[in-house]
Design a protein around this ligand. Structure first.
Ligand code: PRP
Ligand code: URA
Length: 210
């Protein structure tokens, strides 16, 4: 199966992303806009949710209406930076369960190191959206997807705000069954495996740690 890469270039997303990219944007606005972007991306990433028809009564007449067909969803932020996207998704899907994976990139090797994991009990039966603002080398995303597959998850989507071509290729190669949702596909990685032009260190900018 060949995965789809959806670059969501809606004007609202592009505008909000320009705020994140600006180095002068402070922690309060950065955090708020990450959440808003996650909400807008959620709208597109859930476009294929299955529907079913039910009959209801309006104040005027009986009507057949479409509702979401009881799909069980979970969102899984990659700590830390993925946490910034959680509330934005829950705004639209308040009943989604939330699992957490803690990964950080080793600064020398750029390889992901796992330090935390906690999933809902029924995670294997849920459709999963993995959240992380940045898809750089793709090491963290690929490891997180493998993690969820090891839990038995069958339907996994990956949502990143900015991706680099290297990260997209890595996920496509390792997990051809996983669709990727991005608000922007940037040019390249620099020598420190940071996305260019990117937005800098997402975790530090969300939590104000630098
Ligand atoms: C960042 C980012 C991703 C990862 C992307 O996290 O949030 O998880 O790097 O890089 P990759 O595609 O090359 O794996 P970081 O390791 O800086 O941890 P943090 O969220 O705790 O700051
Ligand atoms: N992690 C980040 O937070 N930013 C990048 O550009 C790459 C990895």
């Amino acid at each position: 199966m060949d995965n789809m890469v959806h670059v969501l270039d809606h004007p609202l997303l592009q505008h909000k992303l320009s705020i994140l990219r600006n180095k002068d944007t402070g922690v309060k606005d950065f955090r708020q806009v990450v959440g808003e972007i996650a909400t807008l991306m959620c709208y597109e990433a859930t476009r294929d949710l299955p529907m079913e028809q039910v009959e209801i009564e309006t104040p005027v007449a009986k009507a057949k209406v479409n509702v979401i067909a009881g799909k069980k969803l979970a969102i899984v932020p990659i700590l830390r930076a993925g946490l910034g996207m959680v509330d934005g998704i829950l705004t639209l899907i308040p009943s989604a369960k939330v699992g957490h994976i803690g990964l950080y990139r080793d600064p020398k090797t750029h390889e992901p190191v796992e330090y935390y994991c906690k999933m809902p009990d029924d995670i294997a039966s849920r459709d999963v959206i993995i959240l992380d603002p940045m898809l750089a080398t793709g090491g963290s995303a690929s490891a997180a997807i493998q993690f969820m597959k090891n839990y038995g998850c069958k339907h996994i989507k990956l949502m990143n705000i900015i991706g680099a071509p290297e990260g997209v290729e890595r996920v496509r190669k390792d997990h051809p069954d996983v669709d990727i949702y991005l608000a922007a596909l940037d040019e390249k990685l620099n020598d420190h495996a940071y996305i260019v032009p990117g937005l800098g260190d997402a975790g530090d900018r969300i939590f104000g740690t630098k």
